[in-house]
Design a protein around this ligand. Sequence first.
Ligand code: ADP
Ligand code: MG
Length: 352
Amino acid sequence: MEFDLIARIRDRCAHRRGDVALGIGDDAALLDVPAGQQLVACTDTLVAGVHFPVATAPEDIGWKALAVNLSDLAAMGAEPVWALLALTLPDADARFVERFADGFAALAGKHAVALIGGDTTQGPLSITVTALGFVPRGAALTRGGAHAGDAVFVTGALGDAAGALHELQDSGLGLRRQDAGANTGKADGPEGEPQERRVSRDSKPRLEASRKRLLQRMRRPRPRVAAGLALHGVASACIDVSDGLLADLRHVCTASGVGAEVDADALPFSAELRAEFDDAACRDFALTGGDDYELCFTVPPGCEDRVAAALAAAGCDATRIGRVVAGSGVRIMDAQGNVVTPPRAGWEHFSR
Ligand code: ADP
Ligand code: MG
């Protein structure tokens, strides 16, 4: 049965590459790495009920399992090339596996990523993807290169996935509260009651449409691969925003031995998020919500025009949200230059 499942996965992940000398089917894959390139490797696990609601469509789980890994490669400035897939399944549900593989293949095909192997075991649903990519020797973007005086940028818009999760939680379809305590974007009122954070100035059909787009952003995140490649030679440091801007920018600060100031009013929100939530909620989602998979990067003084041009050519927009300063830690500033206290630190496992 295991081999039948592997065959179904292989058949559906049809993208083949010339640099795969030996793919799925032997004890291990054999791969050709071009001269002058460094191999970039990362792995991430998704556990049902922790990283995605149990009721998530299999196609969306497959897409997301690859997307979170391609996002890590993007943050290194790497071109994604190959992936391995370790699947733990509660039972040999062929239809589930086919649908999962279709979602995985949809994203893999977009980025010309070949599935080169994996493992298939029985147990509670959990997916581990290992992604491999290339970066020209010495060109990788790391977390450690930011300097005081650099500008801090973020691609796209923040907070959409956390907003979508908030919606699901309200309708009872989301992650269990105890699993996702730090990641719900849920603000509690003075008596511990959930506060109403919606703004309902929009008409009902328009709200439905924006809700759908937020859910799509949560279920099918688009890794910023082209942006990562465009940042070669201009960004001093880079990270992908998977745990919330605060937590992830803090990693850059720690690795670089610097601090950062973020202008609360500069945070980019989508029109869809704004249609659904008030400013304070948008800000909470952006700072601590997680699952955005945008890139946060720093740019040395005088390089901002080059960055803007390179990203525009890559079809990606970016917003300047703050600056790197001497010291340590991340401070959020309001328009008057006062420090704002953020609600939570961001998503962290084993935080209790
Ligand atoms: P082994 O017992 O030697 O580990 P497996 O039966 O686990 O072999 O795997 C056989 C082949 O199928 C290997 O090439 C492996 O990489 C591939 N494979 C197994 N599971 C998956 C999967 N979920 N996705 C892709 N390839 C897989
Ligand atoms: Mg095996």
